[in-house]
Design a protein around this ligand. Structure first.
Ligand code: A3P
Length: 287
């Protein structure tokens, strides 16, 4: 398969060459956003697919036809991926655009428009665990080694897509009124409330019944069975479905399964060093 073992380095950050080329990254950096665009920005494994599904369902007023028939990467294509140009719509209307790029790369292009940005963050311990498992099934990502080895790279910021800390701190600087910040944990705790707040942000109102439908179609169980989001459309040469599922567990606090006491202490120390100047915090020690 194409460029599965290639790493593309751009602005000092490594990206899987299977999905990115220097050209696709440069095009992303200089993309002309429209004021009606809605950008979903995340570090990988933070709830990107979940948000793509929620916004799709909000726009279709709870009708699941689009969500059940069109893959998420067509409905809300990744800006930096090689297929973006041929996938993104050029005619008017709301476009959902997804990105894992750090803020510094995209800020100049974004600031030229009033595009709305939704940033989702997740407890970084759960991100690390989810990302580790994803490395085991995604053949376009390097072999993660042991969890301890992987966590070292995650804390150093040398995993693909760079440092989680820089990513979160960077995007939280985008304090425009076109910016909406939400966490995976909030979505987990009260999805209905999050959907309602998102509707407010994108100026859409839904009836009670439409809200019920959005909520139901965006549940972990429904999404796990939806081929358009559960990655089973992707060939086994790219995602090895025999080694695990993309829609893996969908829970909060799974990090406790892999973090030993010493790894937890190390993580907390690095977190304090990196995040001391950040006004947002994450419930790292949640039970
Ligand atoms: P886990 O690996 O912890 O299960 P991304 O889309 O950014 O790659 O994030 C994938 C993570 O989000 C996976 O986490 C996946 O299970 C979780 N996820 C996706 N849809 C979800 C949903 N509806 N409810 C809860 N978690 C969901």
């Amino acid at each position: 398969m194409d460029r599965l073992t290639i790493t593309e380095t751009f602005a000092g950050i490594s990206f899987p060459g299977h999905l990115h080329t220097r050209e696709s990254l440069q095009l992303a950096q200089h993309f002309q956003f429209q004021d009606t665009d809605i950008v979903i920005a995340t570090f990988p494994k933070s709830g990107t697919t979940w948000m793509q599904e929620i916004l799709t369902l909000i726009h279709s007023k709870g009708d699941s036809l689009l969500a059940q028939t069109v893959p998420n990467w067509v409905r809300a294509p990744w800006l930096e991926h090689t297929y973006f140009r041929e996938t993104v719509r050029d005619e008017g209307g709301v476009r959902l655009i997804t990105t894992h790029l750090p803020y510094d790369i995209l800020a100049p292009a974004l600031k030229k428009s009033k595009a709305k940005v939704i940033y989702i963050a997740r407890n970084p311990k759960d991100v690390a665990v989810s990302y580790y498992h994803f490395h085991k099934i995604a053949k376009f990502l390097p072999d993660p080694g042991t969890f301890e080895e992987f966590l070292d790279k995650f804390l150093d910021g040398t995993v693909h897509y760079g440092s989680w800390f820089q990513h979160v701190k960077g995007w939280l600087r985008h304090q425009e009124d076109t910016f909406f910040y939400i966490t995976y944990e909030e979505m987990h705790m009260d999805l209905r409330d999050c959907i309602e707040r998102l509707c407010g942000f994108i100026s859409t109102s839904l009836t009670c019944e439409e809200l019920d439908n959005v909520e139901q179609h965006c549940s972990f169980n429904t999404m796990s069975q939806n081929k358009m989001v559960n990655c089973t459309l992707i060939s086994p040469e790219i995602i090895d479905h025999s080694k695990g599922k993309f829609m893996r567990k969908g829970v909060v606090g799974d990090w406790k399964q892999l973090f030993t006491g010493p790894l937890n202490i190390l993580f907390d120390r690095v977190y304090q060093e990196e995040m001391s100047n950040c006004k947002h915090s994450f419930p790292l020690a949640q039970d």
